[in-house]
Design a protein around this ligand. Structure first.
Ligand SMILES: Nc1nc2c(ncn2[C@@H]2O[C@H](COP(=O)(O)OP(=O)(O)OP(=O)(O)O)[C@@H](O)[C@H]2O)c(=O)[nH]1
Ligand SMILES: [Mg+2]
Length: 420
């Protein structure tokens, strides 16, 4: 027979075990609760972080001002291009001015015009050989070796990777080109510049009627600043950097912090052949910034001289704004290059190129019409905020950027349900 004492002890042990297991359960559930709370906190933090991260996709044809807009963001909301950074743009400026020199020398050839010192033409040809102008269309057309082609996949990161791999060879060519000018060639270019006949051809090159390869407004800007940009201690200014023409290849993401928000700004290549890649970037976009070159109304595309630039912009805007991936995405429309547009309207009639227009040829009336045409092409449920801009104008863009960032922050609040 079992004595009473061990039975008591057994019961006591049972009680202790029960208490212990209860407290273990209590501890376990407290641990679980803590874990669950920490997961909740993490989820909330992720949600807050996501709500504070905005994705801005810049779209529009080539040369309409997307990358220039990003530079303005850097000036007003980024590091503002410190001097050592600005120095890195020197080669690009020199490449741009060298491109202009090419056109002027070609013009001299075609019109059988020599330099004041005739022997200079040989040196000019050598200058051209040493500093070839690479045609972006040729670079983009270069077929990519099959083994280098990555499998197509979705999402911005994979597209970035794809773009990097795909364009690595092409970048190599372009970077080779971005060596700028040797000191000797800078000197030589100054000598050309001081030649009366070269100057005369430069002036002809500015007029569309007299030159088949007319100079672009940015090339005219750099030529007008030739002595400064070829001086020994030249450091590019903000204005110089804004005027550089360097086509974007692939996709480039820039990050800006403004107030509590993080803006991911995605800049793409606008050339026609590059646009089919845009769709990979349409996921999770907060807002699309669509750029139009207003002054393109009488121009054709660099990559297709049968297509009017403004018509192409309109068609592209129509397609993109109706794309179902962007169904709920608001658009900001930038009618850019207003400075060049205004200047052009002094001599060119909008209605010559936009047959449906029969109003006055004043900048206000014309820009209003262009704006209305674009708005008619948007899906009617879509909000489109329009800005008439000049992306190379630092002061004007300061105002525009402040407004734009406000609008985007508001759109973000609406999307994340903070505003209603
Ligand atoms: N005068 C003037 N020039 C501008 C304006 N906006 C841009 N540009 C110039 O136009 C050229 C092309 O601008 P980018 O910003 O490189 O054009 P993009 O849209 O990025 O072109 P891609 O990269 O080829 O798609 C540059 O030389 C700029 O300086 C503007 O409003 N007025
Ligand atoms: Mg660009």
């Amino acid at each position: 027979m079992e004595s009473k004492e061990p039975k008591k002890a057994k019961n006591a042990l049972k009680r202790v075990k029960k208490t212990l297991s209860l407290s273990a359960v209590g501890k376990l559930s407290r641990d679980a609760l803590k874990r669950s709370q920490s997961i909740d906190n993490q989820l909330q933090a992720d949600k807050d972080r996501k709500q504070n991260e905005l994705s801005l996709l810049l779209l529009g044809g080539a040369c309409c001002g997307k990358s220039t807009f990003v530079k303005q963001l850097r000036i007003h909301y980024g590091d503002g291009f410190p001097e050592e950074e600005r120095l890195q743009y020197k080669n690009q400026v020199h490449d741009n001015v060298s491109g202009a020199a090419h056109k002027i020398i070609n013009y001299m050839h075609t019109h059988d015009i020599s330099f004041e010192k005739e022997c200079m033409m040989v040196q000019a040809e050598e200058f051209q050989r040493r500093n070839p102008v690479l045609d972006i269309n040729e670079i983009l057309k270069t077929p990519q070796p099959v083994e280098e082609r990555p499998a197509a996949s979705k999402g911005a990161n994979s597209l970035l990777a794809m773009a990097c791999s795909e364009l690595s060879k092409r970048f190599a060519i372009l970077n080779m080109k971005c060596n700028g000018l040797s000191l000797n060639d800078q000197q030589l270019l100054l000598t050309f510049w001081n030649d009366k006949n070269f100057q005369q051809c430069y002036k002809s090159g500015q007029s569309k009627e007299t030159s088949p390869e007319n100079l672009t407004p940015q090339e005219i800007y750099f030529c007008d600043n030739m002595n400064r940009i070829l001086s020994e201690n030249y450091v590019p200014t903000h204005q110089d950097i804004l005027y550089i023409r360097r086509p974007t290849l692939g996709v480039i993401e820039h990050v800006f912090h403004v107030d509590d928000l993080l803006y991911r700004v995605i800049d793409v290549a606008g050339q026609k052949s590059q646009r089919k890649k845009w769709i990979h970037l349409f996921e999770n976009v907060t807002v699309v910034l669509f750029f139009v070159s207003l002054s393109g109304f009488d121009e054709t595309l660099e990559e297709d001289d049968t297509l009017n630039s403004l018509t192409d912009s309109l068609n592209t805007f129509h397609d993109v704004s109706h794309n179902h991936y962007l169904d709920k995405t608001d658009f900001l429309l930038f009618l850019n290059k207003y400075d060049l547009f205004k200047e052009k309207l002094k001599t060119v009639q909008l209605k010559t190129f936009l047959a449906s227009y029969d109003g006055e040829n004043t900048p206000d009336a014309c820009v209003k019409y262009v704006r209305d045409v674009f708005h008619q092409h948007r899906p009617c449920h879509k909000q489109v905020y329009t800005h008439v801009s000049c992306a190379t104008d630092v002061e004007m863009m300061s105002d525009i950027l402040a407004k734009v960032l406000n609008i985007i922050a508001e759109i973000n609040c609406k999307k994340s349900g903070k505003l209603f």
